[in-house]
Design a protein around this ligand. Structure first.
Ligand code: FE2
Ligand code: FE2
Length: 342
């Protein structure tokens, strides 16, 4: 993908540095520039900081066309990332509800996660898509999702070498399906690209980055934060578990919505696949992944539940952002004015 336009002082310094310099001979340029203060009232809604974090994380995934790959492990960039992450993680811990986990076996863990999944009283984007979204709103919905779904499952794969036993086997079983179970073209990310193209959208990863509001970037940055730190391995497992456990029913509604708008296979394949796959995954995710992990190491339980709670809380904010815009007849994406360079 191409480097996105900046959204404020931090992302301006960062993006300019990545675009202009190579890492080894310009250490001093880097030292001087990345000490910009991080100011934000609410980091979840800070365009500048969420975009900076997204860019820093993306160096660990597929990088940017014009950026030297050696930046990935540059100490100054990692230091900047750590400063933003510190604020971000603190905020996530604030907004996640209190974790009232009652110790038990794997089945009891699954039961508590199912309760959390069912209690998720967040705004229902899936009902809106099923019943009333216009074609433009359906396109916007796909654009928001594209920043994760076009690399679906990748952030959770960081957890693989960090887990053991039953939890690890469960993670592999889920990821195997997410990556298409060995069938070329069947990765969920590829099915999602078909859905996008069916609605005449650009399915290249990051094509719409400039249109995405901070809160959408925060939802995918949260996965990278949890995935890239071994100490947060419980959080990434909890995040995946709750994602799988809150997927089957909404995906059935999305499929219904896209059919209502006149689409069918291959546009609806992505959603149909998730109705089926996640009815199985939700059991594996709750009992074997989260439950197995906690049985193996009970001290990780609160982190698993925090990851799940944070996922629900941030995704509720993304949904609220979309529905508030759509219900007042506005776009949920960044407008041309918001995208003007600061
Ligand atoms: Fe999937
Ligand atoms: Fe799944």
């Amino acid at each position: 993908m191409k480097l996105p336009p900046q959204r404020g002082p931090v992302s301006a310094e960062l993006i300019d540095l990545l675009r202009t310099f190579a890492p080894e001979n310009d250490q001093t340029a880097c030292d001087d520039r990345l000490v910009v203060p991080l100011e934000s009232e609410d980091i979840l809604f800070s365009d500048d900081l969420q975009l900076s974090l997204f860019v820093l994380y993306e160096l660990h995934y597929r990088g940017f066309d014009e950026v030297d790959e050696r930046w990935e492990w540059n100490p100054q960039l990692l230091a900047l990332r750590a400063r933003i992450e510190e604020q971000f993680e603190r905020k996530l811990r604030e907004i996640a509800m209190d974790v009232s986990y009652v110790p038990g076996d794997a089945q009891a863990v699954a039961q508590q996660l199912f309760t959390l999944a069912n209690d998720d009283g967040g705004p229902s984007v899936s009902n809106f898509i099923a019943r009333e979204a216009t074609l433009e709103q359906a396109q916007e919905f796909l654009i928001h999702k594209s920043i994760y779904q076009l690399k679906e499952a990748d952030p959770h794969s960081w957890a693989i070498p960090r887990l053991n036993g039953r939890g690890k086997s469960a993670l592999m079983e889920i990821q195997f399906d997410e990556y298409g179970a060995g069938r070329p073209g069947a990765m969920h990310s590829e099915l999602f690209a078909l859905t996008m193209r069916g609605l005449e959208l650009d399915a290249e990863f990051g094509a719409y980055i400039d249109r995405l509001p901070a809160i959408t970037l925060a939802s995918v940055n949260m996965m990278s934060l949890f995935g890239l730190h071994r100490r947060l391995r419980g959080c990434i497992a909890g995040h995946l578990a709750i994602y799988e456990m809150t997927s089957s029913i909404p995906n059935a509604r999305y499929a219904r919505g896209f059919r209502r708008l006149g689409f069918d296979t291959p546009v609806t394949d992505y959603f149909d696949e998730h109705v089926e796959a996640d009815a199985v995954h939700e059991q594996i995710a709750g009992r074997d992944l989260a439950g197995g992990l906690i049985e193996y190491d009970p001290t990780i339980a609160t982190e698993v539940f925090f990851g799940a709670q944070a996922a629900c809380a941030v995704d509720a904010l993304v949904g609220e952002h979309q529905l508030t815009a759509w219900r007042s007849g506005k776009s949920s994406l960044r407008t041309a004015t918001e995208r003007m360079p600061a």
